[in-house]
Design a protein around this ligand. Sequence first.
Ligand SMILES: Cc1cc2nc3c(=O)[nH]c(=O)nc-3n(C[C@H](O)[C@H](O)[C@H](O)COP(=O)(O)OP(=O)(O)OC[C@H]3O[C@@H](n4cnc5c(N)ncnc54)[C@H](O)[C@@H]3O)c2cc1C
Length: 191
Amino acid sequence: MKKIAVIGTGLSALSLAHHLPSLDITFFEKSWRPGGRISTRRHEDYAFDHGAHYIKEDHGVIGFNEYLEKIGATKNLNGAFCSNIQNQSPIEEKRIIVGQKGIESIPLEFHKKLRYPTEFSSHIKKIDSRNHEYFLLTDEKEFGPYDFIFTCIPFEQSKNLLEDFIDYKNIPTPNFDSIWTIMLAFDKRLG
Ligand SMILES: Cc1cc2nc3c(=O)[nH]c(=O)nc-3n(C[C@H](O)[C@H](O)[C@H](O)COP(=O)(O)OP(=O)(O)OC[C@H]3O[C@@H](n4cnc5c(N)ncnc54)[C@H](O)[C@@H]3O)c2cc1C
């Protein structure tokens, strides 16, 4: 069976591992927890979801809602949304999917159900290749050999790891706009 290393445990790494035909998969994650940018921070009685707050029920990805329900990661709610406060758009009721215990329930349950070994707190700094096999290096340790490595991390970070293997000359660097998010909590129900 082919040995596969997946770098990252964000939603893209988890989705990829779910669809790979191999069962010999190991995740490498620099953080102490799975989920990447999808996380829930807690302060006193409040929970703040990062990385996504909800999923629209009618997103169109076949089988995704059923899978989330099967792994017990989510619950369905009615949400009231205003898309443009400045123009006083009408408030719309929408069916949405939220995490069972915050949005982080989605990657946490997803990762648990996959049951693949995970090397947490392992920041991969370099990929080496010897005799058509690949090795992953942190500052302290070498992991491998692997037949395939998948990087499920942001573009610039992937590029740093893969520059010895991929010619990036003709691959345009994606540009991202910053998004600022303010998270507010109120101790009384509004309205
Ligand atoms: C505040 C905020 C709000 C957002 N809102 C939305 C939204 O409403 N809708 C939406 O669709 N998207 C939203 N996003 C974007 C969305 O969260 C991300 O696109 C998505 O989570 C990215 O998933 P990913 O698996 O590709 O990457 P990530 O979640 O970034 O996962 C990459 C993982 O790889 C690990 N890693 C990176 N480099 C290494 C390395 N060298 N070695 C080992 N591990 C490594 C990281 O620790 C991380 O766990 C939002 C993001 C933020 C920050």
